[in-house]
Design a protein around this ligand. Sequence first.
Ligand code: GDP
Length: 282
Amino acid sequence: MFEQLQNKFARIFKNIKGHGKISEKNISDSIREIRIALLESDVNYKVVKAFIERVKVSAAGTKVFDSVTPGQQFVKIVLDELTSFLTSNENDINLKSSTSVIVMSGLQGSGKTTTAVKLASFLKKENKRKPLIIGLDLQRPAAMDQLKVLAENNNLDYYIEKNTKDPINVLKNGISKSKEQKNDLIILDTAGRLHVDKKLISELNDIIKYSNPDEILFIADGMMGQDAVKSSSVFNESCNLTGSIITKLDGDSGGGVALSLKHVTKVPIKYITYGEKIHDIE
Ligand code: GDP
């Protein structure tokens, strides 16, 4: 899924590792190539700038030139900085409440419904939870049927209502259902729009207020590139996200969304999905 970027980095690393001694020029050449590789892979330009700055500071601080294996030392710095751009101490999903609530948010088509089902199945298996998925996407007429089919095919509890326009009422009834069935995890599949608008955000905030979630996850379409990153910051400003999930990383995107998202939202990437099948999540 990061093949493009991987190939470019492999070439840059091979080059610099080959030098027994390296000069400042070797380092600045490599840094320039890294910058180009990241930009070509659609990493946000502000993120590239921040990343390059960190590599430069780190390289200066660790005295790469005095090292016995300067090339390898430099590569290690780049890899450490890349890792810290992608990971955080809070990568694990927060399921501390006795009945945990996860809100799935994001634009239409980003993969909320399919990812809600994948996540329910994953947490049922890995965390021994008994999830209920509540369908709150009342905008898209087919959304309820899609959720029903996916949940039934995968033996998952779900709650939907048709012919209603009031998501809070559906949420209320869904929560009652979860108590009856003793579900200890509730995943809320919310409505998306083609673009972020006030109505969408206000509906989402009503849902958040009513359900008091442990996690508010932004579902970012990995194929959308920087547009996904842009909308993530709008969602984050209005809803205080706690994490994100990047979908469709099986597509031929440059991995740019993954590298940009955490830096822009300051919230951890909790999962990625990379296919249409139920287990294509990690
Ligand atoms: P929603 O509108 O946000 O609920 O989006 P959906 O869950 O309906 O997903 C939109 C489309 O993206 C569907 O056709 C999904 O099958 C597809 N999709 C979701 N996640 C992935 C993924 O990881 N890889 C691929 N290839 N397709 C995905």
